[in-house]
Unconditional design. Structure first.
Length: 196
């Protein structure tokens, strides 16, 4: 099992490796640190939809099979919708990578312990759901290596990291239509306003 890492450091390592990949950031600190690590128009920042980052990432991966897609979520959010792992394992999109930031708590709502605090293992759960390429990242270098390997190979893949309880260091604007429109333009499915 991995040591406790800092989410912002992992997000910085992730953003440094990205090109045109779509990234779906789960609610709360996950997307806050994704934004702080390097805002990109290809980032979709979830607002208030706990447990839906991976299903949305799956939808984007299926709709755009030529594009690599990364879903990022926390342990609490993934626990809200564990069934999505079985669906992803069954559908097996080649272009989908899932990142789990596991701090063993519902940090954004007060730090209540999540099931991973008492032993729930997301890598074992993902493998059991049919996502064979599932691994724990023991340190930042392993995380960066696993991300590169996932983006260079056919997926799906899941990478989990045990993180500490550090607070997020930034936050995107809470403007759902702007987040949606910017992301859809980046995906090439909506023209920029005034571009006709």
């Amino acid at each position: 099992m991995s040591a406790r890492l800092r989410r912002i450091d992992l997000m910085r390592r992730l953003v440094a490796t990205l090109g045109d990949e779509a990234v779906i950031g789960g609610i709360g600190n996950t997307n806050f640190d994704l934004f702080a690590a390097g805002h990109r128009k290809q980032n979709f920042y979830m607002l208030g939809s706990m447990g839906l980052a991976f299903p949305i990432a799956l939808g984007v991966a299926l709709a755009q099979p030529q594009r690599r897609v990364i879903g990022i979520d926390g342990d609490g959010s993934l626990l809200m919708n564990l069934g999505c792992l079985a669906t992803i394992g069954m559908v097996a999109p080649a272009n989908l990578t899932l990142l789990v930031m596991d701090n063993s708590s519902y940090q954004i709502t007060g730090g209540q312990p999540s099931a991973s605090a008492s032993g729930a293992d997301f890598v074992a759960l993902a493998r059991g759901a049919g996502i064979a390429r599932s691994s724990w990242a023991d340190d930042e270098d392993a995380f960066a290596r696993l991300v590169r390997e996932a983006l260079d190979a056919d997926g799906p893949a899941l990478i989990a990291a045990k993180i500490d309880g550090s607070a997020a260091v930034g936050q995107p604007d809470r403007d759902p239509p702007q987040i949606r429109d910017r992301f859809m333009q980046a995906m090439g499915v909506r023209q920029e306003f005034g571009s006709r």
